[in-house]
Design a binder for this molecule. Structure first.
Ligand SMILES: [Zn+2]
Length: 515
């Protein structure tokens, strides 16, 4: 019997919390290893508890309050809940994890689960688009299975996913509570954890009885066109919230998948959870799937080739107001690309069109090593190769070594070639904040153009600096062309014009979500 007010026979509830979070890009030549997590975010036990206090910093240099802080707030407000920290690991999106790295993450988390003692519930913040080398299954499905084995059959599981998760049965069925981010870009990590915690606590106290329905849609759209507050997705997200106003509905989620994985059964998904009303969950899942499917013909913003974009910058009156942003859409580090695309730098080195200053970040560890000890102000001839194994064109350069600095992206060296200010970095560069350029003696405001390696987050920090944003296509790990032309095993929109999502739904849901 469930105790209405406390749970566990009048004692406070004990709920453990943890995270394993990574978004994989199957087209990156890089592999994600243990040190990538340790460098960015890996906390255990008391250190995790401290970081997820309201005064703590959960994800340093990224977001002070994320899912686990939100979860602990829900527990605090509910009262009568003891929260037990497990482990939390987060690395920047990149290539698939090595098997060793995944084993380390799993063992760390499961050891903590075993050591936690009797639990009523476990909340895990997961991504849903991880990949692990050589693993024939969605990694999150393995995490949930292993945590269940470690915890025994008793505790209920609550999981939150990124809205770019690729849902499969292994990600859905073990969960009593399943919640997804609601905003893209993702601002709502803490509210997501709060909702997951709140639903889990209510379920444990017998105040609700979650039942689920979900659907899979045969569609995969590219990044950058699924912003929650812009058309066409704005309408769909409003619809989700409207459904949740019904007191019988516990949660509604839309999953727009991370398209740059090699998961077999890739596709958008919807998930609906109601309070004990299975028929209603099924009905609303169908309605939500129809609503999302109706937006499949969204047209991507017009893309420029590199030369077209540079011509446009040269001619643009916007240039007088601040730097024009070139979004390197085929090399988006925020979506797991390695950041070693050399094509824009090559075009600028060949002809900078008389621009005063063009700021270009590029991942090239060999170039950093070659130039690190060069005296500042010296002239150097060198070769830009980008990320090893990425097949970006080699570019012969001669320029002045203008600055060096160590940033979040390892050591970096600035080489000035005419108007091109190239900053080569040791690790994939994701310089969403103008302070990156300051580290290399450059003011963002002085540039004619700045190359960005993310779709949208940077705009928060450039809102008063850059007023014109041009998506540029070339070739790389986040190329839409690769998404469009890869094999999916099933006919998939937009490569195939499909009238209805229903025939594909059972096939996609039955698949194991293998990688
Ligand atoms: Zn995401």
């Amino acid at each position: 019997m469930l105790n209405v007010d406390l749970g566990r026979g009048g004692r406070p509830l004990r709920i453990a919390y943890g995270r394993i979070f990574h978004e994989a890009n199957a087209y990156s030549p890089l592999r994600t290893e243990q040190q990538d997590f340790e460098r960015l975010h890996h906390l255990e036990g008391a250190a995790l508890a401290e970081a997820t206090e309201l005064r703590g910093v959960e994800l340093k240099s990224f977001m002070p309050h994320a899912e686990l802080t939100g979860f602990r707030q829900a527990a605090r407000l509910a009262g009568g809940v003891e929260t037990v920290p497990l482990s939390s690991s987060f690395a920047v999106p990149s290539g698939p994890l090595t098997a060793e790295c995944f084993a380390w993450l799993l063992d760390t988390l499961c050891d903590k689960v075993r050591a936690a003692g009797a639990l009523d519930g476990i909340y895990l913040a997961l991504h849903g688009s991880m990949q692990v080398e050589g693993l024939g299954e969605a990694p999150e499905a393995v995490i949930l299975r292993r945590v269940r084995e470690a915890a025994g059959p008793g505790p209920k599981l609550a999981v939150s996913y990124d809205l770019h998760a690729n849902l499969s049965a292994g990600l859905v069925e073990p969960c009593e509570v399943l919640i997804a981010y609601r905003s893209n870009p993702h601002w709502d990590l803490a509210p997501t954890g709060f909702r997951a915690g709140n639903r889990l606590i209510r379920a444990l106290r017998g105040k609700c009885r979650p039942v689920h329905a979900w659907r899979k849609l045969p569609m995969v759209l590219g990044g950058g066109i699924t912003i929650d507050f812009l058309a066409p997705m704005r309408g769909v997200f409003r619809y989700l919230k409207r459904l949740e106003r019904d007191p019988r509905v516990l949660s509604t989620s839309l999953f727009m998948v991370h398209p740059y994985t090699s998961a077999e059964a890739l596709g958008w998904a919807v998930h609906v959870c109601t309070d004990g009303d299975a028929a209603l969950a099924e009905e609303l899942a169908d309605a939500l799937a129809d609503r999302a499917w109706a937006e499949r013909h969204v047209t991507p913003p017009p893309m420029r080739r590199v030369d077209e974009a540079l011509d446009e910058v040269k001619a643009s009156p916007w240039r007088r107001l601040g730097p024009i942003t070139l979004v390197d859409v085929d090399d988006i580090v925020g979506a797991g690309a390695p950041g070693g695309n050399t094509r824009i730098a090559a075009a600028l080195a060949a002809d900078d069109r008389g621009l005063r200053a063009a700021y270009v970040p590029v991942h090239d560890p060999a170039l950093v090593a070659a130039l690190w000890d060069a005296p500042l102000g010296s002239r150097r001839a060198c070769t830009l190769r980008g990320t090893p194994g990425y097949d970006a064109p080699e570019v012969a350069l001669e320029g002045t070594v203008a600055a060096r600095a160590t940033t979040d992206f390892g050591r970096g060296v600035r080489l000035d070639v005419g108007g091109l200010c190239l900053v080569a970095t040791e690790r994939p560069p994701l310089p969403i904040h103008p302070s990156f350029w300051t580290s290399f003696g450059l003011a963002a405001r002085d540039a004619d153009l700045i190359v960005q390696k993310n779709f949208f987050h940077y705009r928060m920090f450039y809102a008063t600096t850059s007023f014109r944003h041009l998506p540029v296509v070339s070739d790389g790990a986040t190329s839409l062309e690769r998404v469009r032309t890869r094999s999916y095993g099933l006919p998939m929109h937009p490569a195939t014009e499909l009238a209805d999502w229903r025939p594909s739904d059972p096939l996609l849901r039955r698949a194991r979500g293998t990688t």
